[in-house]
Design a binder for this molecule. Structure first.
Ligand SMILES: NC(=O)C1=CN([C@@H]2O[C@H](COP(=O)(O)OP(=O)(O)OC[C@H]3O[C@@H](n4cnc5c(N)ncnc54)[C@H](OP(=O)(O)O)[C@@H]3O)[C@@H](O)[C@H]2O)C=CC1
Ligand SMILES: N[C@@H](CC=O)C(=O)O
Length: 420
């Protein structure tokens, strides 16, 4: 008998509980062992639950799980950083395998968790922490053994992709679309993490750390979300034959690692544009494999719980390695140096000449103006991401309402600007 201790019984935790119960016989046939959820940690024991539970299975005391010698695997799905970090460390120290879906804690403490997993010879798997139901971490770990990975790019957040899809395809307002995403269980406990891009930043840090064999400092990744995109932007993007996506990108060249999270305009006929709703896509480029793409549901109860249960399965069947696959203790910063693109810029300003002066000062002398009515809307020529970051922080300081969106390379701006 394998006993599981669940930390958390929200969207993901209840999905894990359901799958383990519904698939009980199937899992027993495959693994030759019974799996039982022995205890579940929650905040509020009296809350109405989505699943039927045996009496006394819930607890508010984490040590009922962490200090129980008969619990073999701890599944952490409470979210957040400090408590999750404390409980995961305590689980290893008490000789338990750990599975988590929590990207916030993994992005920050990946190196330490891998060290502990190695030290105590226990599995540490976190497939659900990036791109929900898509298997990406396991194949990435495999490919890194043979390939030098030069690029990771993807739509890594279901909530924002769902919101943008609803705004573009169904004309919903931002708030209404966000509320729907929350009701469907896609959003983080604090949805600011989704809409400001922090969640993507964490997922990108995890992928880049594995791909580039060094823990990437999550706080060094520059990030902007989707909250500045308004209905005027959406109508401009439609005129441009483009679709907007929140994209995380990381590049590695020589000793350099660059990473960013930002809204990106993609050609409406591109693969990225076809990724709708809470679906995600992740692409990696390696010197041997070329480009690999992974597509599937990036958020929600069942797909995420499926990824967690696959990790539980891998641990029980011994398909995990405790080797410390990123270097210990040597945190690496990501910069913007390897990014150079065209950018869409909209500024709601009465002082157009001041904005043009700002562009000039930051060496952005070539651009195509799309509109000067109330808002200045333009597309720059190829520009360094660093210059754009400076413009963005200056516009933030002035307090003008603005949006900046990077153009994906495959977007033909010559054709786009005709007829505007
Ligand atoms: N939702 C999704 O689509 C995905 C989520 N994730 C990640 O999975 C994790 C869980 O997400 P989700 O299930 O959506 O979150 P929820 O907010 O739905 O659930 C959190 C659960 O943890 C419990 N909990 C939270 N803090 C504590 C604490 N300090 N002590 C005891 N119990 C606590 C809550 O208890 P109570 O019920 O009593 O309030 C609740 O049962 C997060 O890290 C999230 O980022 C990853 C991929 C997809
Ligand atoms: N809030 C996240 C949940 C999955 O990671 C998202 O929307 O992608």
């Amino acid at each position: 008998m394998i006993n599981v201790g669940l930390l958390g019984l929200g969207t993901v935790g209840s999905g894990v509980y359901e799958i383990l119960n519904n698939e009980e016989n199937n899992l027993k046939k495959l693994l030759g062992k019974d799996i039982s959820v022995k205890k579940i940690l929650v905040n509020d024991i009296n809350k109405k639950r989505q699943v039927e539970l045996p009496k006394d299975i819930l607890t508010t005391n984490p040590y009922d799980i962490l200090h129980d010698d008969n619990i073999h695997i701890v599944v952490e799905v409470i979210g957040g950083i400090d408590k999750a970090h404390e409980y995961i460390c305590e689980a290893f120290k008490n000789n338990k395998h750990v599975v988590t879906a929590n990207k916030a804690v993994v992005a920050k403490y990946m190196d330490e968790f891998l060290f502990l997993s190695n030290k105590y010879e226990k599995g540490f798997l976190f497939e659900a922490s990036v791109a929900g139901g898509i298997p990406i971490i396991k194949p990435l770990k495999q490919n890194v053994r043979i390939n030098n990975i030069s690029e990771i790019k993807g739509i890594l957040n279901g909530t924002t992709n769902f919101i943008l899809t609803k705004m573009i395809d169904d004309g919903l307002g931002f708030d209404e679309a966000l509320k729907l995403a929350q009701e469907l269980g896609y959003a983080e406990a604090d949805p600011t993490d989704d809409v400001e891009g922090f969640d993507v930043k964490r997922k990108l840090a995890i992928l880049a750390s594995i791909a580039f064999n060094n823990q990437i400092d999550v706080d060094s990744i520059k990030c902007s979300g989707i909250t500045n995109i308004n209905t005027l932007d959406i109508s401009m993007f439609k005129k441009l034959g483009a679709s907007v996506k929140l994209v995380g990108s990381a590049l590695s060249s020589g000793n350099k690692v660059s990473a960013s999270v930002e809204p990106v305009l993609v050609n409406k006929n591109s693969t990225m544009a076809t990724v709708k709703g809470a679906f995600n896509i992740v692409s990696i480029v390696g010197d041997t494999i070329g480009q690999l793409q992974f597509y599937g549901q990036g958020a929600g109860k069942k797909p995420t719980a499926n990824a967690v249960v696959c990790d539980i399965y891998d641990i029980i069947s011994g398909q995990y390695k405790t080797d410390h696959f990123i270097q210990n203790g040597n945190m690496r910063e990501a910069d913007l140096d390897l990014f150079n693109s065209k950018y869409y810029l909209r500024v709601n300003t009465k002082n157009i000449s001041r904005v043009l002066g700002m562009l000039d000062k930051n060496h952005i002398q070539k651009f195509t103006i799309m509109s000067m009515k109330n808002n200045l809307v333009l597309i720059t020529d190829n520009t360094s991401a660093k210059s754009i970051e400076i413009i963005s922080s200056q516009l933030n300081t002035i307090g003008d309402d603005f949006s900046i969106v990077r153009l994906e390379d495959d977007l033909n701006t010559n054709a786009l600007c005709i007829g505007i």
